[in-house]
Design a protein around this ligand. Structure first.
Ligand code: HEM
Length: 219
């Protein structure tokens, strides 16, 4: 009898640990399932990225110099057309694998945004972009052919265009040029938010941000 009781205690303890480890059920924050690395923007991942199934951010960061403007050795740069409110990239990767890592990153991020998640939720620029995506204020198209990745983003108003434009500057100037993902673009986001371009949406965007913004380093 004594033996059975101790076995049962061990079983219950094990079950308890398993439940705690899984998170114990549903969670309702808008940042669910965003990895610490995406949320903080600077932590290395040890998860599915290495297998190609995730954001691929550590790979892109470490191999940022494997990407150039198509047909040149220059850092990839977005081609912007403010009248058409479009941003186009034509990027050449060193290998097809590099191209796939990049294309998969963008598709993965589009999926996150479309499903209402907020990568890097401490950074207002990324929150503003997430707002624009869930409200269908811009589209993202990604096409890969061998080592070439073509990205096309189209906004439907000037507020959304300013946001995707600022994001593309960060991608070019910090991410591709230096592999630097540490900077906080919230001040740029604030100035866009306070511009007349965003008059009609300001209240809505401020609410969106205040409901979702997280402290840096926190999920
Ligand atoms: C903090 C780490 C990063 C986060 C949270 C992040 C997140 C995102 C998000 C949310 C998008 C927009 C998807 C859309 O259009 O809807 C995006 C696009 C993109 N990312 Fe990243 N990314 C990170 C790091 C990187 C790095 C290191 C590179 C390359 C070295 C990179 C290259 C790109 C490119 C080329 C695009 C598409 C162009 C554009 O949006 O203008 N990203 N990323």
């Amino acid at each position: 009898m004594k033996k059975v009781n101790s076995k049962m205690i061990v079983l219950m303890l094990t079950l308890g640990f398993v439940l705690i480890g899984c998170g114990g059920g549903n969670s309702d924050t808008p940042n669910d399932s965003i990895s610490k690395e995406e949320s903080s923007g600077y932590q290395e991942s040890s998860g599915d990225e290495a297998a190609g199934g995730g954001s691929n951010i550590p790979y892109l960061r470490q191999n940022h110099s494997n990407y150039t403007e198509y047909g040149s050795n220059m850092t990839p740069t977005p081609v912007k057309d403010p009248n058409a409110m479009s941003i186009n990239w034509t990027i050449e990767a060193k290998t097809e694998y590099d191209a796939t890592q990049l294309a998969d990153h963008i598709r993965y991020m589009v999926g996150k945004l479309e499903s209402g998640q907020n990568p890097r939720a401490w950074d207002k620029l990324f929150l503003m972009e997430a707002y624009m995506k869930v409200n269908h204020l811009y589209t993202t198209q990604v096409d890969q052919s061998g080592r070439t990745v073509v990205i096309s983003k189209n906004a439907i108003d000037s507020c959304a265009f300013s946001v995707i434009s600022a994001h593309s500057d960060a991608v070019s100037g910090d991410f591709f040029a230096q592999g630097n993902i540490m900077n906080d673009y919230s001040a740029i986001a604030e100035s866009i938010l306070n511009s007349s371009f965003c008059d009609a949406r300001r209240v809505d965007i401020v609410n969106y941000i205040s409901q979702r913004q997280r402290q840096r380093g926190m999920k």
